[in-house]
Design a protein around this ligand. Structure first.
Ligand code: ADP
Ligand code: MG
Length: 702
């Protein structure tokens, strides 16, 4: 049995916690002493953020700290009841009012010390309308002695007010009280959990864990609080990376690959016959991939690059390395059309090379598929391009050395790995055209190694992008018709396929009928959406590719799909309904032809997102803006393995410099001691167990 650590004691054993408070704490997910210790304030105010009451200006936001002089509820003619409190500090008074919230009366009393934050408006004089308020100290509770003393000391030295997440039955002052009574003891206990020695701490510029928690609960200054938060952020990132390092270790080191021998016989020929030179970024990621493939470790690498950055040719070089070494290589794409496109492009590049190519998709006849499988099993097919058929139809490779997965997010986790699992030691290269910031990629995909192509081949003309109001639609359609008259094709993109009762979406289905009959009468239109059967989608895509369709009216199903260089115009309706990276993916479909691409987004209002979209065509810039606008929580629905990633303290912008060191350290530890069996790693095991519970079983913990 595991010895119960003191920090894992249930909260009711803490001073000041009786059975009732224990229940209230549990309701806030605070079950143990550790949970309480890590319940750090959610906001801090000091002189730099607090406004003297007399100086709160109408039209600004203010935070005021003062004592409640009087309170009352006043009715208005409209029947709204307003709670008001007059607050006094050293500078003077301000009236605070809570329109429509008479119940606040129950929580605010004369003599209380209050912190209020909100806009200052003018109603018979300046009034602060608190968005949030905190009772820092109570006038008439038994806790008064300590709390008021603390509050007074804080104001006297001009220090910091911290605000805990609290609840109706556990107000601020209760948390203050609990920490007054217990913090020193808890900090002594947490010292036993320090896993960074002083050398590591100074290298990372991080405080000791107990000092950090002390500073978070009782900060002397805001910068000290920030430094302390960095420590908790690091711990969080590091533990998360440890879990991922363990997965990585299992996928790569515990099932060693063969180190492939690079002869350059094929690679050199391709280099010479390429109609272009590789970009610096392509050359760099190729070096990373080659290093993995020629090492003993199994490769499990994610290649990220924007649409058009030239991932395919990188994959081809990697596949040739496998072939040179006497193995086969396979590339799996999510649709038949994409697979065919790859086979065609790769076939052209392979013309001068002694290397065979096989295409295997569900679209081929049963007989052709059987023959293809036979050539793959015999090893006659050296490079194999295909769809899910590669993992579904009992395909046997004679000797698979490399599995490449294109548009990897279109496959499930199991599917992604299923291809390389066909061989005991095949390397895996996952490709993604959805750029995400490196900090996010390292956090989401910490179990993979990362290669990034952050440069487009020279000479690409960025797609011209405009945001327009619905009033401009007919002018836009005029321009679209002129482009069609020049023989070009276009996409019209809608956010949904059926008119929804609740919203005013100009749905694709309804709109399609109208477009055919009116705006684009006489042109060839087709409607493509996600609810169509796969064969129907395929048929329409092929028609568009052939040029038999002028305008493809569609939804986000075209996000990933065929390249039709002749289609260089895209009009997106209800632009405000799309996510930023979705818009970017859509735009990636156009702009490959000779004539410059044009993307027009029709939207009711210009939003931050749309402004960012129009500002740049760089996928990584878009991704960074997306992260900033949506916040990191949005990206952490579930990681590759279906686990939710929860970061309470780490901020991927604020703490991005910590992610690399956290990953490096985690990988080093797991590579040396995969089971964390070394007593020196016992503290880390404990923390992993506390944070991840069940999931930490990967380490045999728990
Ligand atoms: P993606 O990364 O979207 O898969 P592709 O591999 O399809 O991009 O490449 C897009 C186009 O760019 C292809 O026609 C390819 O031949 C071309 N290309 C790739 N690398 C270069 C390069 N270094 N210079 C010029 N053109 C390139
Ligand atoms: Mg591609």
């Amino acid at each position: 049995m595991k010895a119960l650590h003191r920090l894992d004691m249930p909260v009711q054993f803490l001073k000041g916690v009786g059975p009732r408070r224990a229940v209230s704490l549990q309701r806030m997910q605070i079950l143990t002493a550790r949970d309480l210790l890590y319940h750090v304030p959610r906001r801090y105010d000091d002189a730099s953020t607090i406004t003297p009451a007399a100086k709160a200006r109408v039209g600004s936001e203010a935070t005021v700290v003062g004592q409640v002089r009087s309170t009352g509820v006043i009715p208005t003619r409209a029947g709204l009841r307003i709670f008001q409190a007059v607050i006094q500090d050293a500078s003077g008074f301000i009236t605070c009012s809570w329109p429509g919230k008479p119940w606040v009366e129950r929580s605010v009393q004369r003599g209380d010390r209050l912190l209020v934050t909100g806009p200052v408006r003018f109603f018979h004089g300046p009034q602060l309308q608190p968005r949030e308020f905190v009772v820092i100290a109570r006038r008439d509770e038994d806790e008064r002695a300590t709390s008021v003393r603390e509050g007074a000391a804080a104001t006297a030295s001009g220090v910091i007010f911290s605000t805990y997440a609290a609840s109706e039955d556990l107000p601020q002052w209760v948390f203050r009280r609990l920490f007054d009574l217990n913090l020193d003891r808890l900090l002594r206990d947490v010292r036993a959990e320090e896993y960074l020695d002083s050398a590591a701490r100074s290298e990372l510029d991080l405080p000791e864990l107990s000092a950090a928690l002390d500073a978070l609960h009782r900060p002397a200054t805001i910068p000290r609080k920030d430094a302390a938060l960095r420590r908790l952020a690091f711990d969080e990132l590091f533990l998360h990376q440890l879990m991922q390092a363990r997965v990585r270790h299992q996928a790569t080191a515990e099932r060693p690959g063969v180190s492939l021998r690079r002869t350059n016989d094929l690679i050199r020929v391709l280099h010479h016959s390429l109609p272009f030179t590789l970009t610096g970024a392509q050359a760099r990621v190729l070096r990373e991939i080659f290093a993995d493939m020629t090492s003993r470790r199994r490769m499990n690498r994610l290649l990220q690059g924007d649409v058009g950055s030239g991932k395919t040719v990188v994959a081809l070089f990697a596949m040739l390395l496998a072939v040179e070494a006497g193995c086969q290589a396979a590339l799996m794409a999510p649709t038949s059309i994409l697979a065919e496109q790859h086979a065609k492009g790769i076939g052209k590049l392979l013309e001068a090379l002694p290397c065979t190519l096989e295409l295997l998709t569900g679209a081929a006849t049963a007989r052709r598929r059987r023959e293809a499988r036979a050539r793959i099993a015999a090893g006659e097919a050296q490079i194999v391009v295909g769809t899910h058929a590669l993992i579904q139809e009992g395909v046997e490779f004679r000797r698979l050395g490399l599995a490449v997965i294109d548009e990897q997010h279109r496959f499930g986790v199991r599917q992604r790995m299923a291809l390389s699992e066909r061989a005991p030691s095949a390397d895996t290269l996952l490709m993604s055209a959805t750029p995400i910031p490196r900090s996010l990629a390292m956090t989401l995909h910490g179990d993979l190694d990362l290669s990034i192509i952050d440069e487009l081949p020279p000479g690409r003309r960025p797609v011209a992008t405009r945001i327009a109001g619905p009033g401009k639609r007919s002018a836009i359609y005029d321009e679209l018709r002129r482009r069609l008259d020049r023989g070009r094709q276009a996409y019209l993109v809608f956010p949904a396929i059926e008119e929804s009762e609740r919203s005013d979406l100009r749905a694709a289905e309804a709109e399609f009928e109208r477009l055919c009959a009116e705006d684009f009468a006489g042109r060839r239109l087709a409607l493509l959406h996600g609810r169509l059967p796969a064969e129907e989608k395929d048929r329409i895509m092929r028609g568009f590719q052939r040029g038999a369709i002028d305008i493809l009216v569609t939804t986000t199903v075209v996000e990933v799909g065929i390249d039709v260089p002749n289609a260089n115009t895209m009009v997106i309706e209800n632009g405000e309904r799309f996510g930023l990276s979705q818009l970017h993916q859509l735009r990636g479909r156009i702009g490959r032809g000779e004539e410059g691409g044009l993307c027009v987004v029709i939207a009711d209002a210009e939003t931050d997102r749309l402004a960012a979209f129009a500002r740049t065509t760089d996928g990584f810039e878009i991704a960074a803006a997306d992260l900033q606008i949506r916040g990191q929580g949005d990206f952490f629905g579930a990681d590759q393995h279906g686990h939710t990633i929860e970061l309470r303290f780490a901020d991927l912008f604020e703490h991005q410099d910590l992610i690399g060191p956290a990953q490096e350290r985690a990988r080093r530890i797991v590579d040396d001691d995969p089971e964390l069996a070394d007593p020196a790693n016992a503290v880390i095991r404990l923390q992993l167990d506390r944070r991840f519970g069940e999931r930490a079983r990967l380490f045999g913990v728990g």
